[in-house]
Every structure is written in C-alpha cells, then in structure tokens.
Write a protein of this length. Structure first.
Length: 148
C-alpha cells in the first residue's frame, strides 16, 4: 500500500510539473508579441502611420504605448505582478485595436480582411489578458514564489 501512495505522489508531482511547464510556455508565447513589437513603437514610421490613422499626439502616445506593452509583457513573461501586467496589456490593446484596425472603414476588400484579422487577433489577445488578470501567472512564476 505504501508503494502505491508513493507512485501516486510521484504521478501528481509529475503532472503538476508538466502543467506548470505548459503555463510557462503559454505565458512566454503570449508575451512574445508584445516584447518583439515594442521597438517599433519608437521609430518614426510607426509614429507617422499612427498619426495618419488619427491617433492623437502620436509622437507621445505611440512611445508611451510601447512602454506599457513592454512592462505588461515582461510582467506576464516573468510572472511578476502578472495580474497588473495583464491589465497593462488590456490598457494597451483596447485603444490600439479600435484606432489602428478599423476594418469597417476600409474600402479595399483585401485590406479590410487583413484589418479584420488583425482586429480579431487583438480581441483574442485581449481575452487572454483578461484571463491572466483574474487567474494570475500560475506556477513557476515570481508571483508563485512569493506566496509560499
């Protein structure tokens, strides 16, 4: 009977390890787009494009949004105050999605489809950020270390 409980204990630990590893991978994949896209928020072309799309004070708003995106992305990646980081991503995604992916205003069908895809991609990331804002970073995170 004792060997059975040891085997069960090992299986639970192994399952727990793999679940934690999957959560870390999910956080990494989720944060990746924000971390890789951030440098573009500081170049003149991105700022000019954003201004052409009606972003007010684009020379300030676009770099500021880059700071918000990298702070949120790093927070989620590392699992440090991930709920706050997720809210930063929500704060980033809502105006970006509504201002830069207005597929309903595009007359060219191909460009409208591309903008709709980008809009829906952002909506799905918004959903992921909202989940993280409620459930946190999970195991193998700096947040989890602090709760022990």
């Amino acid at each position: 009977m004792a060997t059975n409980s040891i085997a069960i204990s090992k299986n639970v630990a192994l399952t727990s390890f793999w679940q934690g590893a999957v959560v870390v991978l999910g956080r990494f994949l989720f944060a990746l787009i924000f971390l890789f896209a951030t440098p573009n928020h500081f170049n003149k072309q991105t700022i000019a494009f954003s201004a052409s799309q009606g972003v007010p004070l684009a020379s300030i708003a676009v770099p500021l949004s880059g700071v918000v995106a990298i702070a949120g992305g790093l927070s989620i990646l590392l699992g440090y105050r991930a709920k706050l980081g997720a809210w930063l991503i929500v704060l980033f995604l809502i105006p970006v999605t509504l201002m830069l992916h207005k597929f309903w205003t595009v007359t060219d069908p191909m460009m409208a489809q591309i903008q709709m895809i980008l809009f829906m991609k952002n909506v799905s990331m918004l959903g992921g950020a909202l989940l993280i804002s409620q459930f946190g970073a999970g195991p193998f995170s700096l947040d989890a270390r602090g709760s022990r």
